[in-house]
Every structure is written in structure tokens, then in C-alpha cells.
Ligand binder design. Structure first.
Ligand code: GAP
Length: 464
């Protein structure tokens, strides 16, 4: 049973230290969120799972970490300065401002009127200024990146030559992106500051690009499955030609059922785009237009690729799976949410997170906190487990309450140290999902837990 709606997750996230509304001491900041002690662990675990899967387990992908602020010319030639717009309309009655494409039945969502200004473009790149310059100095203008992808394209040749890569190969990057969204909202689904996990997969111009889009869709569906997201809560959306970004010949969005309670339950979790050779060409000094003129007179490099086997030089095409960290985290939380009734008829929340994503893997709980030997043994077990997995010690309540708290934050195992443990050097390991308990020798504990915490296997194809 997944969460019935996003609000259930908002309240759990705040109550249990996953996500807090940002800047609350000053009344908050619209649609900005801070990740708490458990939220930061969950985000890190998602990013690590992604990195492990693409960069470590495959043999055809490298990782990089480029700057957030790039030369402004990157955004000129990528097309973002000219086209990264939302179309805005103002309601003449209530003065509300909205995205034109989000207006339903021509009615103002705030007051119901239908009296609109003409739509006008609003560039959603967030601006900043570099250096100690005058406010109106146009040369100081810079942008916070709206996608991590461009940092990959401008490093294509650096990576390809230093790592001696041949096509096909990919470059992965995870990091913050920024968009001055006109209508942010729905918790961490749409915010102005967010994180992306993007991978640019470089292939020959003669590769079967559409098939490669399908291939990456299958790979990601499987990967989301390994994170515990049910296939029933994922759907595909083939973006119609008229809605494609200027660089794309084909884009398919993987949608998640973020709004199960609504008539339109689906929203984009990630997109997989065939970006053609647009990006590498546009940043290259030698690329000519139809009239024989350089399309980029500012570039000092050429990002073409020489294929040794065919002795041909060309600009590689790109297949781009682009996913949001925050949207993945929200989908993971919604799918992990479940409720269970205990023998006393009380309903408990259990967050059935995949073990690899759980912020805490094991909680060590002493059955009697006034017994120094039991406390000492429990703390020693915590210390001995910590090098291999994230463990915490907790004695701040009765055992029932401690179990319930760990269930609610998704901790797969509770380890209880009791009077018997002092004699038999064994502890009780309680399973989060089944509430079953088994007795394990302390000397075998780390190995026992590690075995049960292993991530679900994801198939890694030999080649594409
Ligand atoms: N490089 C391609 C690109 O950026 P996108 O569809 O605009 O494509 C990719 O973004 C993913 O980034 C989205 O599918 C979503 O998961 C995430 N994303 C985009 N805008 C977001 C926002 N304002 N808040 C949270 N996540 C966002």
C-alpha cells in the first residue's frame, strides 16, 4: 500500500526528520525545503545507488563534477538564453501570474475570471553577478546552471581523451540545478533549487537512436524497481513532436503516480531524450551552417570525434537519461509507505525502504537502560557495526516505542540487547517488515546483517 497522497509524506517527513520547510524562522521561503538528518542520508543513498549502478557496475560510463556556474556563452550556444522560457499570463482581475500552459478551461485558478493579458516569455534561468562589479554591468552576468548536462558536453573531449574512450560511452554527473520556476509546488516535486542525476551517452550518428532510447527506458524501469518503486506506479509518456525541446528528436518521460487521489495522477519522474548531435556541434568551433558560416565564432575547441575504424570525423549523437534526485526520493518514500496494525489494534506506519536506501540500517536498543552492563554491551555493538553499516544506539523510550520509531523511518533491523545477552553473547534481530525475531550470536552479527542488506541485483548488460 503506497502513501495515499503527497501530504501524508510531507507530514511524516517533517515529523521524523527527513525534510523541513526551509527558512521557517523567518516565515519560510516558498517551495524551498531543507533535508534533515534522515533526508540527507536517503538522498545520499539514492545518489550512491545511481552512481554505483552506472559508473561502477558498467564499464562504459565515467563520472565528472563540473562547475555550477559556467561561462555565459555556454548558455548562449546551448539555446537556453533564447529558449529556456516559461510563457506567462496575468489575470487582469486578481493580478495573479500563471504559466500559460497550466491554465485549464481558460479560467484563473485563483479567482475564476477569464480575462488574461497576452502570453509573454519569461526566462527561467536564475541570474547572478560575478566579481565586485556595478549593478548594471552586463559583462558580469552569469547563470546558475538549469541542467547539469552542459557541464558534461563541454568536457566531452577532456573525458574522452584522458580516459581513452571509444564510442559508445557515457558521462554521468549528479548535482544541483536551478530554475526560477513560475509555479513551484507539490513539496519537493517542483522547486527552484533541485538536484539532477544526468548521464549523456555518446554514440555514432549512424547508431539506432530510437532503440537506444528504448534500451535506457528499460534500464531505468529496472533500476527504479531495485529502489523499491512498483512498476504499477510508473508509466511512459512519449512526448509529442510539437512539445519536444529544440535539441530533441525523441523524448520519453517516465512518469510516477505522485497523485493517486487525483483524476490526473501522473507527473514526470525523469526524461530520456535523443539529443542528436546538437550540443557537441553547437559548442564546436569548426561546425558550419548551411551557408558555410561557423555556427559558433566564440568557441576555441572542436568537440568532434575521430572514429579509427571508419577513419571518419563526426559529432557524436547523445542519448540522455535525466532524472531528478528529489523526485526519485519522493517516489521512493511514497512507494515505501505502508501501515500495519499490531495485536493491540494500533495502526503503525512502516516505511518499507529498500535496505540499500534506508538512512539507518540497524538500531541497537538496550532492553534495560538502567543496567550498565546491558548499555555497555549495546554501545559496544553499535561501535563494532559502524565501520560496516550505519548504526545508531537508542535508549530514549520503552522497547515498543523504539521499535515503532525505527519502523517509521525505515530501519530494516532492530537489535535488542537483553539480560540473556550478557550470558549467551547473542542478541535479538527484529525484521522491520515481518516483525519476526531471531537470535544471533554477536560474533556473527555484522556478517548476518550485511548479507540481508545486499541491494537487489540489477542486470548489467554487456553491451548495447
Ligand atoms: N538535461 C535535460 C533536462 O534537464 P528536464 O526534463 O528539464 O531535462 C530532468 O529535467 C529531470 O530533472 C526532471 O525529469 C525532474 O526529475 C528534474 N527536475 C526538473 N525540474 C525540476 C524542478 N523544478 N524541481 C525538481 N526536479 C526537477
Amino acid at each position: 500500500m503506497p502513501a495515499p497522497n503527497i501530504d501524508t509524506i510531507v507530514s511524516l517527513a517533517k515529523r521524523r526528520g527527513f525534510v523541513f520547510p526551509s527558512s521557517e524562522v523567518y516565515g519560510g521561503l516558498g517551495s524551498a525545503w531543507d533535508y534533515g538528518p534522515l533526508g540527507v542520508e536517503l538522498c545520499n543513498n539514492v545518489k550512491q545507488a545511481w552512481w554505483r549502478w552506472l559508473v561502477y557496475e558498467r564499464d562504459d560510463i565515467e563520472g565528472i563534477d563540473s562547475s555550477i556556474i559556467l561561462n555565459r556563452l555556454v548558455w548562449k550556444y546551448s539555446g537556453h538564453e533564447a529558449t529556456f522560457n516559461d510563457w506567462l499570463v496575468d489575470c487582469r482581475k486578481c493580478k495573479g501570474r500563471f504559466r500559460a500552459d497550466k491554465i485549464v478551461d481558460n479560467q484563473c485558478p485563483a479567482c475564476g475570471a477569464s480575462d488574461w493579458t497576452d502570453a509573454r516569455p519569461f526566462n527561467t534561468m536564475l541570474q547572478t553577478k560575478l566579481g565586485a562589479v556595478a549593478d548594471d554591468d552586463p559583462t558580469a552576468l552569469a547563470y546558475l546552471r538549469p541542467e547539469t548536462a552542459q557541464g558534461i558536453f563541454i568536457n566531452f573531449q577532456n573525458v574522452q581523451t584522458t580516459m581513452r574512450r571509444k564510442l559508445p560511452f557515457g558521462i554521468a554527473q549528479v548535482g544541483k540545478s536551478f530554475r526560477n520556476e513560475v509555479t513551484p509546488g507539490n513539496f519537493i516535486l517542483r522547486t527552484r533549487e533541485f538536484e539532477q542525476m544526468e548521464m549523456e551517452y555518446f554514440v555514432s550518428p549512424t547508431a539506432e537512436h530510437s532503440k537506444l532510447v528504448d534500451y535506457w527506458i528499460e534500464q531505468y524501469l529496472e533500476w527504479f524497481g531495485s529502489l523499491g518503486i512498483s512498476r504499477d506506479h510508473l508509466d511512459l509518456y512519449e512526448v509529442p513532436e510539437a512539445e519536444l525541446a529544440h535539441y530533441s528528436k525523441r523524448t520519453v518521460d517516465i512518469m510516477y503516480k505522485y497523485f493517486p487521489e487525483r483524476e490526473k495522477p501522473w507527473e514526470e519522474l525523469m526524461g530520456i531524450a535523443w539529443r542528436t548531435d546538437f550540443d557537441l556541434s553547437t559548442h564546436s568551433k569548426n561546425k558550419l551552417d548551411e551557408e558555410g558560416k561557423r555556427i559558433n565564432p566564440d568557441s576555441t575547441e572542436d568537440l568532434s570525434y575521430f572514429d579509427e575504424s571508419t577513419k571518419q570525423r563526426f559529432y557524436p549523437h547523445v542519448i540522455e537519461p535525466a532524472a531528478g534526485v528529489n523526485r526519485t526520493v519522493l517516489a521512493v518514500l511514497m512507494d515505501a509507505y505502508s501501515e500495519k496494525t499490531n495485536d493491540k489494534g494500533e495502526t503503525r506506519v512502516i516505511l518499507k525502504l529498500s535496505p540499500q536506501l534506508a538512512p539507518i540500517k540497524a538500531a541497537i536498543l538496550p532492553l534495560a537502560k538502567n543496567k550498565p552492563e546491558i548499555v555497555g554491551m549495546a554501545k559496544a555493538i553499535k561501535r563494532s557495526l559502524q565501520p560496516v553499516l550505519r548504526a545508531v544506539y537508542d535508549d530514549t523510550g520503552g522497547i515498543g516505542k523504539l521499535y515503532a520509531r525505527q519502523d517509521e523511518i525505515g530501519t530494516p533491523f532492530c537489535i535488542t540487547v537483553d539480560h540473556q545477552s550478557l550470558e549467551d553473547e547473542a542478541v535479538t534481530v527484529r525484521d522491520r517488515d515481518t516483525w519476526e525475531q531471531e537470535r544471533i550470536k554477536v560474533t556473527d552479527l555484522a556478517e548476518h546483517l550485511q548479507k540481508r542488506l545486499k541491494p537487489y541485483p540489477v542486470a548489467t548488460p554487456d553491451s548495447v
